[in-house]
Design a protein around this ligand. Structure first.
Ligand code: NAD
Ligand code: DAU
Length: 336
């Protein structure tokens, strides 16, 4: 009967994972350790209040006492989602990224050793591989070439995980996934930002020429992949996950406009992101072969449901788009 320490369980992917695991494995318990940063939201798991196999602990993964306190709740396995996750914020200030993503991972790894956990999973990103040209895919053998402070901090964490696996024999796997979409995503990321703005007839800021390519995967497909890597992954291995759905940002924006019946005049081309990676695309053959995993959601159905979720959850969106959020948005894009 595993008791899984999920860090960052109040964020987008972590909250979807916690709900998925508790719903599909009646033997699993979850301890969710989350610092409740701007991206952490208790409302994301409000439906689990009082659940007998779910415990929330407010705490910071960079704080050894917080982590030890959570581990003492009978934790058998660790899955680390906690991170500063937004590239644009890492360009404004990389400090929190190094602190949480690198130091936080080190603290968790030390605790995983101290408490002799069975398995440690590091939730990483395809961004550690850098940027692709017009062709080719990222495989697990692609050399690390992170280009943003965010991806550099994630790559550093991945290397620490592998070093602990090699040096101390910790059972550890690293997962690297492409761009997720789905319910509960903080509206600073492209899809929820654009959907929530378009619903109010507000303009959407497309960076540069909009020809950057991302590979979109539904968050539940990612969650199923993380679960498979935890249960079946071999120690010391990396597993890539992707949605086999490459789209330019402009094509995606036009799809969102069409789905919402809005005019293309709402597109606003803004200054490009500094160091903007041109293309990400994932080869997930290893996960398919070794973990028996494959993406199940189609982009058309997943996007339709996601848009419907944001339309239905205006109170969730409204509570996030507070003064702090609006100040961030203005700093990022100016006033429009
Ligand atoms: P998110 O920003 O929505 O959530 C991050 C969560 O971590 C929040 O709940 C926040 O409160 C918590 N957190 C931050 N710092 C913490 C700290 N010091 N201690 C404890 N908790 C802390 O992020 P997300 O999009 O859900 O991403 C989750 C993980 O998946 C990250 O590691 C990210 O790098 C990775 N990832 C994300 C994507 C994506 O498309 N969103 C794709 C691949 C990998
Ligand atoms: O690839 C996985 C990564 O995907 C994760 O590791 C990150 O945590 C996650 O944030 C995401 O990173 P991106 O930078 O790709 O996501 P974002 O939603 O910020 O941007 C997607 C693309 O859209 C990117 O090319 C930048 C562009 N963009 C983004 C925003 C927010 C715009 O054109 N305008 C915008 O306003």
């Amino acid at each position: 009967m595993p008791t899984v320490l999920v860090t960052g369980g109040c964020g987008f992917i972590g909250s979807n994972f916690v709900r998925h695991l508790l719903a599909t494995d009646p033997g699993a318990s979850v301890v969710n350790l989350d610092a409740l940063t701007y991206a952490g939201n208790l409302a994301n798991l409000a439906d689990l209040t009082g659940h007998p196999r779910y415990t929330f602990v407010k705490g910071d993964i960079t704080n050894r006492d917080d982590v030890r306190g959570a581990m003492r709740r009978g934790v058998t396995d660790v899955i680390n989602f906690a991170a500063e996750s937004h590239v644009d914020r890492s360009i404004q200030d990389s400090g929190p990224f190094v602190r949480t993503n690198v130091i936080g991972t080190q603290v968790l790894l030390d605790a995983a050793r101290e408490f002799k956990v069975a398995k440690y999973v590091q939730v990483s990103t395809d961004e550690v591989y850098g940027s692709l040209g017009a062709t080719g895919l990222f495989t697990e053998e692609t050399p690390l070439h992170p280009n943003s402070p965010y991806s550099a901090s994630k790559a550093a964490a991945d290397l620490l995980v592998m070093a602990y696996q090699h040096t101390f024999g910790l059972h550890a796997v690293v997962t690297r996934c492409s761009n997720n979409y789905g319910p509960y995503q903080f509206p600073e990321k492209l899809i929820p930002l654009f959907v929530t703005r378009l619903l109010n007839d507000e303009k959407v800021p497309v960076y540069g020429d909009g020809q950057q390519v991302r590979d979109w995967i539904h968050v539940l497909d990612h969650c199923r992949g993380i679960e498979a890597a935890w249960r079946k992954g071999a120690s010391g291995e990396v597993y890539n996950f992707g949605g086999k759905c490459e789209l330019t940002n402009l094509a995606l924006t036009k799809t969102l406009l069409a789905a919402l019946g809005k005019s293309e005049s709402l597109i606003e081309y803004v200054k490009d992101r500094p160091g903007h990676d041109r293309r990400y695309a994932i080869d997930c053959a290893k996960a398919e072969r070794e973990l028996g995993w494959a993406p199940q959601e189609t982009f058309a159905a997943g996007l339709r449901d996601t848009i419907a979720w944001y339309q239905a959850n205006t109170a969730w969106v409204g509570a996030i788009k507070n003064k702090e959020y609006l100040a961030y948005y203005e700093k990022q894009y100016g006033t429009h």
